[in-house]
Design a protein around this ligand. Structure first.
Ligand SMILES: Cc1cc2nc3c(=O)[nH]c(=O)nc-3n(C[C@H](O)[C@H](O)[C@H](O)COP(=O)(O)O)c2cc1C
Length: 246
């Protein structure tokens, strides 16, 4: 394999699995797997205030799927809408996109059920919740308030270059703890992280559409500024995708 034109092409070529029919040196017998390949890890911020979310039973969506699929589009009209988020709508959004289902499984698929993704919500406009940065505590289906909005100064460290994106109600940041995948899949695990973020993003698109919200995915963000804002080191845990709502 010859190094190619750019690092992405090179990575893709080198992470093609040609061993064991695509099983990446993973024994067929699960009994041989180390515990760390089967354990699902949850991130908690135990010292920060927790805000419980409404359970799925109170947040069911009944929109016909085909209508939702065909209405989905990337909208950037946040300023005109001036949407103000509520606890009920945010609960419905989260319950229908990233919450747990049975056991350790979730509403979105994950390669090997490794769940490398973490979710942060930057709440900028709300009528009934404190504004600031929250982490989604998947295990307890709750938001943890990491930082009040009064401690966030975007003027010196912008998180994107889009004027229209300053008017969202909520910015959702998807980060990844790559090690959760690498320890089982090696470097090929990077692919699975990105694919998983894509699955989640489509959930975000469809559920925001069903809720009548404007939304768009944005890859054009200033990763390091976002990571600093979220207290992420950018190595062990890094930003992988951003989704805007309003
Ligand atoms: C991975 C990804 C990254 C994107 N990044 C941006 C972005 O940085 N800025 C932006 O305005 N739109 C972004 N979009 C939205 C696309 O521009 C949009 O999906 C595309 O124009 C098709 O329009 P539609 O989503 O309305 O069908 C992104 C979409 C995806 C899937």
């Amino acid at each position: 394999m010859r190094p190619n034109k750019n690092i992405g092409e090179w990575y893709h070529a080198l992470s093609k699995d040609i061993s064991m029919g695509g099983r990446v040196n993973i024994p067929r017998d699960m009994e041989e797997w180390p515990k760390s390949w089967k354990t699902v890890e949850y991130k908690h911020y135990k010292r920060c205030p927790s805000v419980p979310l409404l359970p799925l039973e109170q947040c069911r969506l009944v929109n016909p799927l085909t209508d939702t699929l065909f209405s989905r589009k990337s909208n950037r009209d946040f300023e005109e809408r001036g949407y103000v988020m509520t606890h009920k709508v945010l609960s419905t959004f989260i319950a229908n996109t990233i919450s747990k289902t049975k056991g350790n499984y979730r509403i979105y698929p994950s390669g090997g059920a490794r769940y490398p993704l973490e979710f942060y919500f930057f709440l900028k406009r709300s009528s009934d919740m404190a504004l600031g940065i929250y982490h989604y505590n998947v295990e307890d289906h709750a938001l943890t308030l990491l930082k009040g909005i009064e401690h966030i100064d975007l003027s010196s460290r912008p998180i994107h270059g889009y004027e229209w994106a300053n008017h969202t109600a909520v910015d959702v940041f998807i980060s990844a703890i790559f090690e959760r995948n690498f320890r089982k899949y090696g470097e090929r695990g990077y692919r699975y992280v990105m694919l998983e973020a894509g699955h989640v993003s489509q959930n975000f698109y469809l559920v925001s559409t069903a809720l009548g919200l404007s939304s768009t995915a944005v890859a054009g963000v200033l990763d390091i500024n976002v990571e600093d804002m979220l207290y992420l080191d950018g190595k062990y845990e890094s930003l992988v995708h951003t989704f805007l709502l309003g």
